[in-house]
Design a protein around this ligand. Structure first.
Ligand code: ZN
Ligand code: ZN
Length: 400
């Protein structure tokens, strides 16, 4: 091999930088929320189609999901099947406050880099780019997983901007529910005693949840909003609706918290005389990265940034990629957005996600992560160590 695989990766991503910047800004400046990422999905598919890659648009049941495939001229046999995820969705009201425009182009960058490395170095294998919608809402990856779109993958990877970088992000297990209270309408002044106040049930539920929060473990979270609390101040509300999320650090604890949270919702119904219904919308499992992949990613990042990675449960949050991490060898690499420490899901983060420095940082992270993927292709001993590696346990994470 005259040119190293790492050099091909760096050159390929470097040459695509202007195109990737244009894609990133197009996605950022037209933020589309979950399942509405039509423009973002089309922009990436069109770009890859122009470059001759095979594209399946509307992959599976989600209209904005896609899969782009590259198979080495040496064939897929005896090679690895590596997948990268590109998230696409924005947040209601704050646009790309989670920087998914950067995630989208990091996936494209790594896909292009691995395809180029396979081609130039005659490495067998398959590389796929998955357009994975609705990470912020219903967990598009979970639906794509159930529909078999990741079947056969040896390795799945993606990147995400945050405050700090890590290759060993242990995310929280997260369940989202809708709670409805059903009461009885009545005139709020002439006959309030005839009413059953569903709005009060929602209020009590959130207040009780605030009290419960005092007794929760440090890595547990509960949070939610009232999306329907009544329609007129002079009518006792007959109906109310809450969207609520509860999280634990580890999947095995979620059942304990579920019971306590459900008791709170039931107690609010009992206190007000309402009936209630809880609908579980989706569950994201806790992400655990492959430690061998994660350490190499961190080493490459540390060489550049000269600061240690964030460890333990320091970054918080959840991802539908966690469900993939339970089924596949995987890495959900975090990179530092721009060194400002601004938290995700804010307008400030959204503004910084279109900055030049964020673009430089996402491309550096994509080069680092693609080099980790390429090492799996060219270094049989490394790949064997990856396959043998045990994912971190609760004890290790809490003391790292
Ligand atoms: Zn987010
Ligand atoms: Zn995100």
């Amino acid at each position: 091999m005259l040119v190293s695989v790492d050099q091909i990766i760096a050159d390929t991503i470097g040459k695509a930088s202007a195109d990737l910047r244009a894609l990133s800004l197009a996605i950022h400046d037209h933020p589309e929320t979950a399942l509405k990422e039509a423009k973002a999905s089309k922009a990436i598919c069109d770009y890859l189609a122009q470059r001759g890659f095979q594209i399946t648009r509307q992959a599976g049941s989600l209209p904005t999901a896609f899969v782009s495939t590259y198979t080495s001229p040496k064939g897929a046999h005896n090679g690895l099947y590596i997948g990268f995820c590109a998230e696409l969705d924005a947040l209601p009201g704050i646009g790309h406050g989670c920087g998914h425009n950067l995630i989208a182009i990091s996936g494209v960058a790594m896909f292009l880099a691995l395809a180029a490395a396979m081609e130039a170095c005659g490495l067998p294998g398959t590389v796929k780019l998955y357009g994975t919608p609705a990470e912020e809402a219903i967990g598009g990856k979970i639906i794509m997983l159930k529909e078999g779109l990741f079947q056969g993958c040896d390795l799945l990877m993606m990147l995400h901007p945050a405050s700090g970088y890590t290759g060993q992000w242990h995310s929280q297990c997260c369940v989202s529910v809708t709670v409805e209270y059903f009461g009885k309408a009545s005139h709020a002044a002439m006959a309030p005693w005839d009413g059953i106040n569903a709005g009060s049930a929602a209020t009590i539920a959130l207040q009780s949840m605030g009290v419960l929060r005092e007794q929760l473990r440090p890595d547990w979270r509960t949070h939610g909003i009232i999306t329907h609390g009544g329609q007129a101040a002079n009518v006792i509300p007959a109906y109310s609706r809450i969207e609520y999320t509860y999280r634990t650090g580890w999947e095995e604890d979620i059942g304990v918290l579920r019971e306590r949270v459900h008791n709170v919702f039931a107690s609010a119904a009992l206190a007000t005389g309402c009936t209630h219904k809880i609908t579980e919308e989706f569950a994201y499992l806790d992400n655990l990265d492959n430690p061998v992949l994660g350490r190499l990613y961190e080493d490459l990042m540390q060489e550049e940034y000269r600061v240690p990675p964030v460890r333990g449960d320091g970054l918080g949050g959840s991802t539908d990629f966690g469900n993939l991490s339970k089924e596949f060898i995987s890495l959900h690499g975090m990179f530092d957005l721009d060194g400002s420490g601004v938290p995700n899901h804010t307008l400030e983060f959204a503004a910084r996600a279109r900055s030049e420095i964020a673009h430089e940082r996402v491309l550096f992270a994509a080069k680092s992560c693609a080099k980790v993927a390429a090492k799996c292709l060219v270094d049989a001993e490394f790949w064997s160590n990856v396959k043998k590696a045990k994912r971190a346990t609760r004890n290790q994470i809490n003391h790292s």
